[in-house]
Design a protein around this ligand. Structure first.
Ligand SMILES: Cc1cc2nc3c(=O)[nH]c(=O)nc-3n(C[C@H](O)[C@H](O)[C@H](O)COP(=O)(O)OP(=O)(O)OC[C@H]3O[C@@H](n4cnc5c(N)ncnc54)[C@H](O)[C@@H]3O)c2cc1C
Length: 495
């Protein structure tokens, strides 16, 4: 049986220690800060389990005796497999228009990439590799929703993790025994963690020799004893209604700091044990980093389409669609949208076999990251420019419509050549939630940083580019003439 929404909701009633607004949240599935977004995730699982969607969304697990799993766990063996898997990710993302950055397909893609590179783990340590392989199969069979926390908390970024005032600011090993490791300290930033089943914890930031304590990779359930989940402000809870904040009220995936208050991790869930180099290799010597970020670009491609829909609708709603300058803005947005789309397809077409698996092209992926980190802000700005004050000249809340006189006045003040006053207000409230509200602003930050700061993604682009091809061209041109030949020709200035 494939997982359903109600099964996912039930799996979150596990006593996890989520803190918000000065208190323990209790059951997150009914808490006003989280319940609707958890409902949105549940709809993903309901979608995959509908008979008409099984082909698109699922595949038969190898050795699973016919049992199905979501394609997010599929390991593409050729180009066509990759495209089939992408279609599943795309279909899922359409249900949230790309606003769940860390929906279940993100970390599943990372873990699948690690599993594809299991030999890298074997070379590190056979026992840890076996733990990772078992965990991958366990997560796939049980359709776990995984989040991850792979960054060390900001404090003094000019200093290494071991040089911070508190050696346990960053989560690290404080003890070990025959059953496993004990972890103490903090990690940022488990997006989606509050509504996930488990979290993968490791360090993607380079560590130095001597910082082995932080160089671990492991997974724990979100209700692990001692795991404290510190929620940021909930935009879902702050939303006054669905009508007023249709996105924030239902797609606020949350981003939580995790504090490991001496959390015990069994050896069966430890994938890297205090090895600085291996922490980098797990992402970059396996397809993990490429697969997790390929998923992110598929998601962004869908989100861009949604934003383009808003742009077009603004122009229609305000009667500006016929202006040449507006067409120019829309034409530019369309071209930018198509670039994002084309880059996803290029990653696939330029993909290569690595061992048994087909891997999207890494440089195309990193180019897409660098470009879209900057593009997102430009697109949001273009939408704001198209909309003008329409994003602001809105009734204070849905309750204004419940007041007879106010409803009448709204009808007089909110007009459009293409829709009713209610339709206009409904649309512009949604547009504001996508580009201007606190929720939207968090999304701008997300798109700028989810894959690392700009200097990090540009570093990946620099590292993976085929420089030889370019310098080879240059060298061939330089080799086609020489000072000595010119001088020997006797007519150095005549050419
Ligand atoms: C909304 C959101 C969701 C996130 N979700 C997750 C998640 O699910 N899981 C997870 O693990 N992480 C998550 N993150 C964290 C994300 O991975 C980091 O924000 C990102 O890697 C950048 O690290 P940082 O925030 O510490 O910024 P920093 O590394 O501190 O960089 C901030 C700025 O400081 C400057 N700077 C810092 N260091 C240098 C340097 N060495 N050289 C030059 N300039 C420098 C640059 O100007 C840079 O832009 C999320 C972040 C956001 C904003």
């Amino acid at each position: 049986m494939i997982k359903t929404g109600s099964q996912h909701i039930a799996s979150l009633k596990d006593g996890r220690q989520v803190y918000i607004n000065g208190e323990l949240a209790g059951d997150v599935t009914v808490h006003p800060a989280f319940r609707r977004t958890i409902g949105a995730v549940a709809k993903l699982y309901d979608f995959q389990s509908r008979p008409e969607n099984l082909d698109v969304m699922t595949f038969e697990m190898p050795d699973g005796e016919g049992a199905l799993a979501n394609r997010i766990w599929q390991l593409p063996g050729n180009y066509q497999d990759l495209v089939t898997r992408r279609r599943a990710l795309e279909a899922w993302t359409e249900l949230h228009a790309g606003f769940l950055g860390r929906a279940p397909d993100h970390v599943a893609s990372c873990l699948a990439g690690m599993f594809m590179g299991i030999d890298v783990f074997r070379n590190h340590d056979e026992a840890r590799a076996a733990a990772l392989a078992d965990y991958f199969r366990f997560a796939r069979a049980n359709e776990l929703y995984l989040s991850y926390a792979i960054l060390n908390p900001q404090a003094d970024r000019s200093k290494a993790a071991s040089e911070q005032q508190d050696p346990f600011l960053t989560a690290g090993v404080v003890d070990e025994d025959s059953s496993g490791l004990t972890i103490r300290g903090a990690k940022m930033l488990a997006t989606g963690g509050i509504m996930a089943n488990e979290v993968l914890v490791t360090s993607i930031q380079p560590l130095r020799a001597g910082e082995e304590r932080y160089a671990v990779s492991f997974a724990v359930p979100m209700n692990a004893k001692g795991l404290k989940i510190l929620s940021r402000k909930s935009y879902e809870q702050a939303a006054s209604s669905i009508f007023d904040n249709p996105l924030a009220s239902r797609f606020d995936e949350n981003d939580a700091i995790l504090y490991f208050d001496d959390v015990k991790v069994e050896w069966s869930r430890v994938f890297i044990d205090r090895d600085v180099a291996m922490c980098q290799k797990q992402f970059h010597a396996t397809p993990a980093h490429v697969y997790q970020n390929y998923q992110a670009q598929i998601r962004l491609m869908v989100k861009m389409r949604f934003l383009l829909g808003i742009a077009r609708r603004i122009a229609e709603t305000n009667g500006i669609i016929g202006f040449p300058q507006v067409n120019e803005t829309l034409g530019m947005l369309a071209a930018q949208n198509t670039m994002v789309d084309a880059l996803v397809h290029a990653m696939e077409v330029k993909g290569t076999m690595q061992g048994d698996y087909f891997i999207p092209d890494s440089h195309t992926l990193y180019s897409a990251q660098v470009l879209t980190q900057q593009l997102y802000g430009q697109v949001v700005n273009a939408l704001r420019e198209l909309a003008g004050g329409g994003l602001i000249m809105l009734p204070s809340s849905v309750r204004d419509f419940a007041h007879d006189e106010l409803r009448g006045l709204i009808g007089k003040a909110q007009q459009s050549p293409v829709c009713s006053s209610e339709g206009r207000v409904k649309f512009f409230k949604l547009a504001w939630d996508a580009v201007g509200s606190e929720f939207a602003s968090r999304h701008a930050q997300y798109e700028m940083f989810y894959a690392g700061a700009g200097f990090v993604t540009k570093g990946h682009s620099f590292r993976t580019f085929d420089w030889d091809r370019c310098t080879g061209l240059l060298d061939r041109m330089l080799d086609s003439y020489s000072l000595a030949d010119e001088l020997a020709s006797g007519k150095p200035m005549a050419a």
